[in-house]
Write a protein that binds this ligand. Structure first.
Ligand code: F6P
Length: 375
């Protein structure tokens, strides 16, 4: 008789709505449909290192479809850089050893860009790894969508809707900061859906005078309020230039000293970027003479029950993942392509980021309806 397959599963990186729906999708397919065993690891890759196992059965997988967060817990620990007793260690070999010790035939990793990189590292170390794309940022390469994005989009859109009525009543500018350090999908999507007057994303550097001009134009025709949707990582043109220079220094650095200096330069710029949204609001107030307020949406965007679209996507990807495991297909991410799923080799995903192309149809749509993108 063939040996029962035993599969491990973990969630890594920032949490996002739909993770439990995906765990359920993988679990029910593996367990109920194919008769495999499935064991969860708590708190990301640390769970394998520190033996934080949780046996997943019918009852643990029941009732979690609509629950936010992850029943497994998560962490931003990376296999090759894990802090143990205050010191950073490469725990890749420990993970490989424990994978064997626990009798695993495969490991499912649910995560964003960082997790895809970690998963590739483990695949290269000889493990049977398969991943699912999750993040509210929607910036994982080679997939149309990541789960978490649709829910966060609903939350951020609802926030912009609510900010409209108060901005209108007080004749104010309200600057709403939306998550996304490197990719603007969420800000652009919510900005368009919520009808923001200005949308600022990391991919399009802005000129604060152009934004002020757009707001003043609205005032001239009697519309004395504006909503500015700004991504965490959106930058003024001068800051974007300084960043590009620092990035180039990092790329070119050869000696340890050069590498250290380049890292410091980037860290200084990043530190300066903190508080950018507050600074922007102040600048706009000065330039337009309209009172300005800031609302930082923050972790509200990652919490709560997943939307129907995320539950559907997570279940589709999770069940396709179960099929691939049954067929012994590993070393891939289960990507969403239209209404289908597709296994994509991890080499084609890891270390890449799907950002908003400047000629993307969403960008064009925003411009066509008169939204200022700050450029
Ligand atoms: O990657 C998802 C994300 O929510 C980003 O949008 C945000 O910038 C970041 O995580 C916040 O990370 P943390 O949970 O580590 O504070």
């Amino acid at each position: 008789m063939a040996k029962t397959k035993r599969i491990g599963i973990l969630t890594a990186g920032g949490d996002s709505p739909g993770l439990n729906a995906a765990i359920r999708g993988v679990g029910k397919t593996a367990l109920g449909f194919y008769g495999m065993e499935i064991v969860g690891f708590r708190d990301g890759f640390r769970g394998i290192v520190e033996d934080r196992r949780l046996k997943l059965d019918k009852s643990t997988l029941a009732g979690i479809l609509t629950v936010g967060g992850t029943i497994l817990g998560t962490s931003r620990d990376k296999p090759h850089r894990m802090t143990i007793d205050g010191r950073v260690h490469d725990m890749t070999n420990v993970i490989v050893k424990n994978y064997e010790r626990y009798g695993l035939d495969g490991l499912v990793c649910l995560g964003g860009g960082g997790t895809q990189k970690s998963a590739l590292r483990l695949a290269q170390a000889g493990l049977n790894v398969i991943t699912l794309p999750k993040t509210i940022d929607n910036d994982v390469a080679m997939t149309d969508l990541t789960f978490g994005f649709a829910t966060a989009l609903d939350i951020a859109t609802d926030a912009i809707d609510r900010l409209h009525s108060t901005a209108h009543s007080h004749h104010r500018i309200i600057v709403a900061e939306i998550m996304g350090h490197r990719a603007g999908w969420l800000t652009l999507g919510a900005g368009i859906s919520g009808g923001a007057d200005v949308i600022l994303i990391p991919e399009i550097a802005y000129d604060v005078h152009k934004i002020a001009e757009a707001i003043r134009r609205r005032s001239k025709v009697g519309t004395n309020f504006s909503i500015v949707a700004v991504a965490e990582g959106a930058m003024a043109k001068e800051d974007a230039r300084a960043y590009a220079v620092a990035e180039a220094h990092k790329e070119r650095a050869k000696s340890q000293r050069e590498k250290h200096e380049a890292k410091l330069e980037l860290a200084t710029l990043e530190a300066r970027h903190n508080g950018n949204t507050m600074r922007l609001a102040k600048q706009l107030e000065e330039l337009t003479h309209l009172e300005s307020r800031v609302t930082i949406l923050g972790y509200v965007q990652r919490g709560g029950i997943p939307s129907a679209a995320d539950r559907l996507l997570a279940t589709r990807l999770g069940s396709a993942c179960g099929d691939l495991i049954n067929d012994n297909v590993f070393g891939v991410m289960v990507a969403s392509r239209g209404d289908r799923t597709e296994p994509v080799p991890l080499e084609r995903v890891a270390g890449k980021r799907k950002t908003v192309p400047p000629d993307h149809p969403w960008v064009a749509a925003a411009r066509h309806v008169g939204t200022c993108l700050g450029d």
